[in-house]
Design a protein around this ligand. Structure first.
Ligand code: NAP
Length: 246
């Protein structure tokens, strides 16, 4: 996988899965922009990549705000001259049972998890389609495929990502842009740390390969789809879930 000289944006890359993706891309020689709502985490994560000999920038971005997305993509394009890879990773949960779910919990999860993929992909594709090359990798979830009690908003947003992935893949295949998704199962991060121990134990029983996955497990699949070697793969979902959903 030769990524030499390529440039990427990873949203929500300040910590967790996004940070692991940014690190793996940088290890392959990719210049990386980490765009995260938490500027301190973004800057710190980016600074840690420069020792790998690549350019790295940490930028504050709320992925649900169209104007911010436009500005950040312009800034990254100025810095790196191009964008080869976009990883739409930023995401949140606001879990509760349907009858207790507030409209604002529905809206914020849809905006940050799903609308963001539309906004960021639109900006990236403007540039990628001119150069007739691009790789977009969207982070979905096993919850999109199995459903999960308490996650009506989250599972709907992550299922929406799958439909969006396939449509953008069809629209821009002729421009050399591939668009795929990775659907993680239960991965050890801050997002799953908040789950009660009892829930985690129940989840583990459903995982044939045993235990929660690591951020590296997810990052490996993302880097594969982001590589120039994956040019004949588009509109697909790679499941990284220890066999929880087959
Ligand atoms: P995480 O540790 O909570 O990291 C998410 C990152 O996104 C954080 O840095 C967060 O910033 C940032 N973020 C939140 N809202 C944002 C916004 N509006 N704009 C830009 N950045 C924002 O979560 P994770 O576990 O690494 O999850 C990463 C992705 O994988 C998410 O899309 C998630 O849904 C998906 N996923 C995770 C799992 C899992 O088991 N962990 C399973 C399936 C799918 P703050 O630090 O300020 O919150």
């Amino acid at each position: 996988m030769d990524f030499t000289g390529q440039a990427a944006i990873v949203t929500g890359g300040g910590r967790g899965i996004g940070r692991a993706i940014a690190e793996k891309l940088a290890q392959k020689g990719v210049h990386v922009a980490i765009a995260d709502i938490n500027p301190d985490e973004a800057i710190e994560a980016a600074a840690s990549l420069t020792s790998l000999g690549v350019k790295a920038m940490g930028i504050k971005l709320d992925v649900s705000k169209a104007e911010e997305v436009k500005k950040v993509f312009e800034d990254v394009r100025k810095e790196f001259n191009k964008i080869d890879i976009l990883v739409n990773n930023a995401g949140i949960t606001k879990d509760t049972l349907l009858l207790r779910m507030k409209e604002e919990d529905w809206d914020s999860v849809m905006d940050i998890n799903l609308k963001s993929v539309f906004l960021c992909s639109r900006e990236a594709i403007k540039e990628m389609s001119q150069r007739r090359y691009g790789r977009i990798v969207n982070i979905s979830s096993v919850a999109a495929f199995m459903g999960n009690p308490g996650q009506a908003n989250y599972s709907a947003s992550k299922a929406g990502i799958v439909g969006l992935t396939k449509t953008i893949a069809r629209e821009y295949a002729s421009r050399g842009i591939t668009v795929n998704a990775v659907a993680p199962g239960f991965i050890q991060t801050a997002m799953t740390d908040i789950l009660p121990e009892k829930v985690k134990e129940e989840v583990k029983k459903q995982i044939p390969l045993g235990g929660l996955g690591t951020v590296e497990d997810v990052a490996n699949a993302v880097v594969f789809l982001a590589s120039p070697d994956s040019g004949y793969i588009t509109g697909q979902v790679i499941h990284v879930n220890g066999g929880m959903y087959m």
